[in-house]
Design a protein around this ligand. Sequence first.
Ligand code: DX5
Ligand code: ZN
Length: 214
Amino acid sequence: MTKIGISILSSDLLNLEKEIKSIEQSNVDYIHIDVMDGHFVPNITFGPDIVAQIKRVTNIPLDVHLMINHPEKYIETFASVGADILTVHYEACDQLDEVLSLIRRHGCKPGLAIKPTTNIESIKKYLDKVSLVLQMTVEPGFGGQTFIEDTLENLQVLNQYRSNHHLNYMIEVDGGINNITGKICANAGTDVLAVGSYYINALNREKAIQELKK
Ligand code: DX5
Ligand code: ZN
């Protein structure tokens, strides 16, 4: 069954605890936290203090998506505040091997994210070192964008490569996921759907989750 992570990017930030409790009611697998630095992406969001506070009010595993340059400087901090999965961008790392092992050493599952147009060829040599590959299905930076269909090819390659090489990384998609695009991605071998505005803005969140799980 496909797992679901709810991105809090578009949630009511002045009532974040309430939002977390509402997400708990929906019985999802992860809370997806988008960390942006205003350099790697043209937007600024959450830092480690918010992650620490979220950790205090929930047991849902935290899937922390670092859209920042020099992620190596912050791995220890995000690990210490309770990240369960810690995902860095291929495009933001000079020494990716070291960053991935740093994440593991600090007790988190290492994830590797790529932008929509990044070729899988360039990340193949890291795929035996990660617990998760996050395929961005919009340009990173903002919630509420439209799913980019060309990314489906990467999902198929990731899925095929995983079975050919007997690897077990999870495949996650992030950006523009709703009941329709989520189904397409699940059929292409995706394990985790990161969902923001489709869930957060739904009039009936339970129904939105049921639609995603269908
Ligand atoms: C975009 C973020 C996504 C975003 C998804 O850079 O990584 O996690 O919150 O939001 P929706 O589902 O609205 O595209
Ligand atoms: Zn994200």
